[in-house]
Ligand binder design. Sequence first.
Ligand code: ATP
Ligand code: MG
Ligand code: MG
Ligand code: MG
Length: 434
Amino acid sequence: MQNRTYTADAEPGDAVTVAGWVHEVRDLGGIAFLILRDKSGKIQVKFEKDEMDEELVETGLGVHRESVISVTGEVKEEPRAPTDVEVVPESIDVLAEADTELPLDPSGKVDAELSTRLDNRTLDLRKEEVKAVFEIRAEILRSVRNAFRELGCTEINTPKIVATGTEGGTELFPITYFGEEAFMNQSPQLFKQLMIGSGLERVFEVGPIFRAEEHNTPRHLNEATSIDFESAFFDHTEAMDACEYVVKAAYEGVAENCQQRLEALGIADDFEVPEGEFPRLTYEEAIERINATGELDEQLVWGDDLPTEGERALGEDVGEHYFITDWPSEIKPFYIKDHDDDEQLSTGFDMMHPRMELVSGGQREHRYEHLVEGFEQQGLDPESFDYYTKMFKYGMPPHAGWGLGGERLVMTMLGLDNIREAVLFPRDRQRLSP
Ligand code: ATP
Ligand code: MG
Ligand code: MG
Ligand code: MG
């Protein structure tokens, strides 16, 4: 549309064409108002019935809520209008009429169930606070990419259709690939590692991961966005430094560029960029602290994975982002390297938000023989991972990295209750469409 003016840019004295959705029509008798909403905000359009062309008034006031219109007219100062200006219309075009019955009320006066919202995302994202989530999500990804660039990374894209999985066979979605069995990839792990021995050395990827999660939870999706990092010549502590840097950069970007959106979500006053170093607890300290909270019916012992209630109790205790380091090797994946002086102790780490796990990472096993042994111990056939393991025979440097759940970052940053609120079109056990 030529010469369209965003409502937020309309200045008194301007002759403008504004275009957007009919947010509300208020008919007070002799005078009536139409509130027009666009990406930038809202503006009042005033109708003085006695002084205006009858057809113009009829069009303006007869149009259903949420229809798309364009209004050409003059912008006037009006202290009683919500934005101190209003448009006095000269002509109105109805570009797309909306039904009178809407499945969802975009003005937000009537609350809708999450499932209704997800079925009608187009209407749902007309709400300021819902739109804000996705504008902030975009800012998070922009900031994260920028931080990776500052760390000297190259952005890569790895295949999502693969012949084998990484984390054992249980959470894979099988598909048919020209008559052969294939899978949707559950992690870029092996492929990003392969790039460590390439000339790129330090890489990141923002892309989808697919996991056939067995349980329906507020923090698991079947299609999620993974933010992955991997660097040659890094150990696990350097990988943790990079992780902290990237997560803080995401918060900083949002604090700097999304104040209005945070206000729309009602969290602008409480929004804090994490400061100082994230505490680093060992796994042993973590289970001791969880046991000391008395929140669990059964005490945790060395080798247990942290149950959800345990994570929550520890999160409340620590009260900020933190790392859990030095996990028992047996509960971390085989591709994670053990400490040189203690084979039972892995260099794997998790980075936690008080509410949940955000990141898993570690230093990787780069020694060919150890790696192949790891596959065997995991019950995986090293031969089907030949494409991966054999590159470890041709000069694979020591390296470390991590994977960060994009939706979990959005969710915890904004205090969303359900991870589905951080995805436009979530995939879960009940939801394959839209
Ligand atoms: P969890 O213990 O919460 O199931 P995980 O340890 O299985 O997570 P990882 O394999 O370590 O997950 O993946 C790295 C990160 O990816 C996780 O820390 C999390 O932020 C994110 N993630 C993993 N699975 C999912 C999922 N199903 N939905 C959304 N995010 C996920
Ligand atoms: Mg999991
Ligand atoms: Mg986990
Ligand atoms: Mg994990």
